[in-house]
Design a protein around this ligand. Structure first.
Ligand SMILES: *[C@@H]1O[C@H](CO)[C@@H](O)[C@H](O)[C@H]1NC(C)=O
Length: 619
């Protein structure tokens, strides 16, 4: 801070400040609010990250997100002990049934069970009937006759039931995420009759007091098992694509582990000890009480009717989410909200930042807008999510990107900026203040440089994050403002697809891979292998109103479910569903940043910007 103030105590030429503002904005667009869909808790550690970023391009250590681990204590340790005991005989990642994989509105289907009557959750009771028949639990998992009874997934289902039964007995205060599990979206409320007080319908979002902490523990079991077995965790009408993708990946690659993590998450409030504690306010939120309108224009719950509903996803997210709630409830909410809140607190340094609020029908448009910003995930965020959830033991996830994007920067400096620990809200705040101040000063005929400099000084005085980010840029350009100007046009290009065949080949070798991708093609194409995007040539160029859109823009994060290089078929998991691409669809043909054919690239008419790769480890 002191250094920053010192070096900034003079009037800074206007052009440089704009350069910073614009480069930050475009970096945020390119790497960041990837969606609708980035650890470090003080300036010293941000700088530490920067200093350790040296080394060869692509070296694992240079792209490593620093994840703070916080050992469990108190209740959390006791909860873990119960879970460890219940899951003692669950060994390995577990397998899944292809026939179970489908889009599934778990919250509604789990609401088909009469939870108000407080049914038993013991094996063989009626609550499993639907799951037993349709998800094959009886046929495959029956402890005596099931043909896959020794599979870890089968064992994890019963272990979850035993753990929840035991936890409900030992912890009358109930799960940490009980509030997120209170919903009346299904036929039946998710909770035992009398265990939740009346819903205050006149407040938006609605609230209801929890009278019994274990009000919805049965529903939670159903929600966890269905979400994992169907691989259908869905961001719904929110912009949390990058934060839900690890849950999609775990459900696919390690369902037994996913079930265990979710039980832990719901009861203890976080899914892993390799993440700092999420911000406390998330445990008060009751997303399942927020009314939503389904595909048949029916409101749930039916007493509600509303208008002025604004999804917080990107255009593609929102189109796909028509008929869905504004945000998920239950385990998917707990997973995404805990991960993003822990991340923001660790990069931003505090939970006092604008909270990740609930969206609701009739909210002023500024609310979904700020929610969109908060939910964004930059490249660093993707590494954080991977190191926390996919490889918590080794934390060796890495980011791969076309090296030609670095321009005149050294590889290390490029990675520092490309994978900067962005706190999305402050990133946006910084750029907005710069631009607004400049425009106002110009209109008033004031010294623009001085005005903006003053504004940034003020902003930096209350934000270590902003001060540190700014200092990082200054350091990289050796304090040379003319050089720093070039960051505008450079970072502008980072959101244009530029992935290569070599990178794709390395991605396909990884255990788990996430892409930063252009969502648009997936909005209405590639629903079947036969109609994979790319079969009829690259998606771009294509007509866009009266114009032609020549290249894509990465605005989404997804899990790469599989690569079948022989059949030229790549399966992407997103929105709780699947989309298919050929290699040509993913990589397009070489082009300039503007989309004009250019054999040397480095850009292309495909859809991929970068990837985060990791190996699964079991904590
Ligand atoms: C549920 O939310 C209420 C506020 O609405 C809060 O007082 C309570 O502590 C929350 N429950 C848990 C387990 O965090």
């Amino acid at each position: 801070m002191a250094a920053f103030h010192g070096s900034f105590g003079f009037a800074v030429p206007f052009s440089f400040l704009l350069a910073v503002a614009f480069s930050i904005l475009s970096a945020a667009q390119a790497t960041g609010p990837s969606s609708t869909c980035d650890e470090v808790d003080d300036a010293a550690s941000l700088m530490h990250l920067r200093q350790t970023n040296g080394g060869s391009f692509g070296a694992k250590a240079s792209e490593k997100a620093q994840v703070l681990s916080q050992p469990p204590g108190g209740d959390e340790a006791a909860i873990l002990q119960v879970i460890d005991e219940a899951f003692e005989d669950v060994k390995g990642p577990g397998s899944f049934l292809q026939s179970n994989v489908h889009e599934d509105d778990s919250w509604q289907i789990c609401g088909g069970i009469n939870w108000p009557s407080n049914p038993s959750i013991a094996p063989g009771t009626t609550i499993y009937r639907d799951m037993e028949e349709f998800l094959g639990i009886t046929q495959y998992c029956d402890p005596n006759t099931g043909s896959a009874r020794d599979d870890a997934t089968c064992k994890a289902i019963y272990a979850a039931q035993r753990a929840i039964f035991e936890l409900a007995g030992q912890f009358p205060q109930g799960p940490k995420f009980v509030n997120a599990s209170i919903t009346a979206w299904g036929n039946h409320p998710s909770y035992i009759d009398g265990s939740v007080g009346p819903v205050a319908k006149d407040s938006m979002p609605p609230v209801a007091p929890i009278l019994n902490g274990n009000a919805a523990s049965g529903w939670i079991l159903c929600d966890i098992v269905r979400t994992v077995l169907t691989q259908s965790a869905d961001q719904a009408g929110s912009g949390v694509c990058g934060w839900v993708a690890p849950l999609g990946a775990l459900s696919r690659r390690a369902p037994a582990q996913a079930i265990r993590m979710l039980v832990r998450l719901m009861w203890s409030g976080r899914a892993s000890s390799q993440m700092s504690q999420p911000c406390p306010y998330i445990y008060d939120q009751q997303p399942g009480l927020v009314p939503y309108e389904d595909n048949q224009n029916r409101w749930h719950p039916s007493w509600f009717s509303g208008s002025d509903v604004h999804c917080s996803g990107n255009a593609a997210d929102c189109q796909v989410a028509i008929g869905s709630p504004l945000q998920p409830a239950g385990a998917t909410f707990a997973f995404t909200q805990s991960l993003l809140s822990s991340f923001r607190a660790s990069v931003g340094g505090s939970c006092d930042l604008h909270p990740a609020q609930l969206n609701y029908p009739g909210a002023p448009k500024s609310l979904p807008e700020s929610i969109t910003t908060v939910q964004g995930q930059g490249n660093y965020g993707s590494l954080y999510a991977c190191n926390t959830m996919i490889d918590p033991v080794n934390q060796a996830c890495k980011l791969v990107v076309n090296t030609e994007l670095r321009g005149s920067l050294s590889s290390a400096d490029f990675m520092t900026l490309f994978a900067y620990p962005s706190e999305p809200l402050q990133m946006k705040q910084f750029s907005t203040v710069c631009k607004d101040t400049a425009a106002r000063a110009e209109a008033n005929g004031e010294n623009i440089g001085q005005a903006v400099s003053e504004a940034i000084k003020q902003l930096a005085a209350s934000s270590t994050w902003i001060a540190t980010y700014f200092k990082t840029i200054m350091d990289i350009y050796g304090g040379d403002m003319q050089k720093a100007l070039t960051l505008i046009s450079l970072s502008d290009t980072w959101g244009t697809p530029s992935f290569t065949e070599d990178l794709l080949a390395s991605v396909c070798k990884a255990d788990v891979a996430f892409f930063s991708i252009d969502a648009e093609p997936m909005q209405n194409q590639g629903f079947t292998p036969e109609s994979a995007v790319g079969r009829a040539g690259p998606y771009y160029p294509r007509p866009d109103g009266k114009e032609v859109k020549k290249v894509g823009k990465c605005d989404h994060a997804v899990f790469l479910e599989s690569c079948d290089q022989e059949s030229d078929l790549y399966t992407i998991w997103t929105w709780g569903s699947r989309r298919y691409f050929t290699k040509l669809g993913l990589l397009g043909t070489p082009a300039t940043d503007a989309g004009d054919p250019n054999p040397a690239g480095p850009f292309n008419t495909g859809v991929l910007c970068s990837a985060t790769l990791g190996s699964l480890s079991v904590p």
